[in-house]
Ligand binder design. Structure first.
Ligand code: SF4
Length: 347
């Protein structure tokens, strides 16, 4: 099973120490009260409109075409995946899935009571040395499914009460995800899609997702190209690519909005994992968010880094972060003026 992040809040609380307060959802003043509310009755997932207009068919056609000379991500391998050629992500033009299940370790607005309906896709286009799901993302464990089967899976997790379809590591398999939608829609799919990615995205592809994805959940892992190249399989252009893609995501969906019960409906949520010795460039990241996207952007500064897999061979990634490193990261975010920090409010 994919490892979840159940302990994230507890760990962040311990690392934050006495200078900060970890809020508790549903009691006291927390981020839920800071998020704009849209009545659930007025919400319709974006993809339904594109489906009705016929535009969804065009997007599927355009995305499948990209498989013939793959440029689905900034690596631009140029291989013909429609003929089973493989690039850096080691993927063909069929979706491969490791697991489908309600996930309760994601951010609270995604989880609610019913959970987030996580579909874990096998393989990855970024391939970080500290990956916590190595068997899935590096080794590619999983089983191939057709687009129709994928659409049925989306409906099945909706029927289990999940509040959304959480597409985990979707970048290299976007054409199949979009092609699965008509099969799901025909069977009643109507929860929002969460595009839960590593941030190493093609601007062209993100533009093709306009009006399809309601909730973008990208990582922003590094601000320094050298760090990105060293720890994520040569992805030197990561900071530039992630910044451009996330700005486009924000343009499409804006800041996060929730329903009357605090469940996410639409918007951008950014994750940033604090790495030892500020390898992640947190100070620059939070300033970029405040200046380019605004202080109302939902940001999750994550504390749960642990040295997995090849990371044990790379200093300084061979250790967890310290309490003072995490406190410094939160301080930077607050000094930058960010107002919607997941899990932490000023005490
Ligand atoms: S999605 Fe895979 S094959 Fe396509 S450009 Fe990216 S790494 Fe290469």
């Amino acid at each position: 099973m994919a490892r979840d992040k159940q302990s994230r809040r507890g760990l962040a609380a311990r690392l934050a120490g006495g200078s900060l307060v970890m809020f508790s959802w549903g009691c006291g003043r927390g981020i839920a009260e800071l998020l704009p509310v849209v009545p659930r009755a007025e919400f319709e997932p974006a993809y339904l409109r594109l489906y009705r207009s016929g535009e969804l068919r065009e997007r599927i056609r355009a995305l499948k075409e990209i498989y013939k000379a793959c440029r689905l991500c900034p690596r631009q391998c140029g291989v013909n995946r429609a003929r089973w050629e493989k690039g850096v992500c080691n993927s063909t033009s069929r979706a491969k899935i490791y697991s489908v299940h309600p996930h309760f370790g994601e951010e609270r607005p995604l989880v609610g009571r019913g959970g987030s309906g996580a579909i874990f896709f096998s393989n990855c286009n970024l391939l970080c040395c500290f990956c916590q799901n190595w068997e899935i993302n590096h080794r590619g464990d999983g089983a191939y499914v057709s687009d129709e089967q994928l659409g049925r899976m989306m409906v099945s997790i909706q029927e289990r009460g999940c509040h959304n379809v959480n597409l985990v590591t979707p970048t290299h398999i976007v054409p199949n995800i979009v092609a699965a939608l008509p099969y799901g829609i025909a069977r009643g799919l109507r929860v929002p899609l969460v595009y839960n990615c590593g941030g190493y995205e093609s601007l062209e592809v993100i533009k093709l997702l306009d009006g399809i994805v309601d909730i973008y959940l990208p990582d922003f892992k590094y601000t320094d190209p050298e760090m990105a190249a060293r720890y994520s399989s040569g992805a030197r252009d990561y900071p530039e690519a992630a910044a451009a893609a996330i700005k486009e995501m924000h343009r499409q969906v804006g800041n996060l909005v929730v329903d009357e019960n605090g469940i996410a409906l639409r918007g951008l949520m950014i994750r940033h994992l604090v790495l030892p010795e500020n390898v992640s460039g947190t100070d620059k990241f939070v300033k970029w968010v405040a200046e380019e996207l605004g202080p109302g952007t939902y940001v999750n500064i994550m504390a749960q880094y642990r040295p997995e897999n090849k990371a044990r061979k790379f200093r300084p990634l061979d250790r967890r972060i310290t309490a003072s490193e995490y406190r410094r990261a939160i301080r930077w975010a607050q000094e930058a003026g960010l107002k919607r920090l997941d899990g932490v409010t000023v005490g």
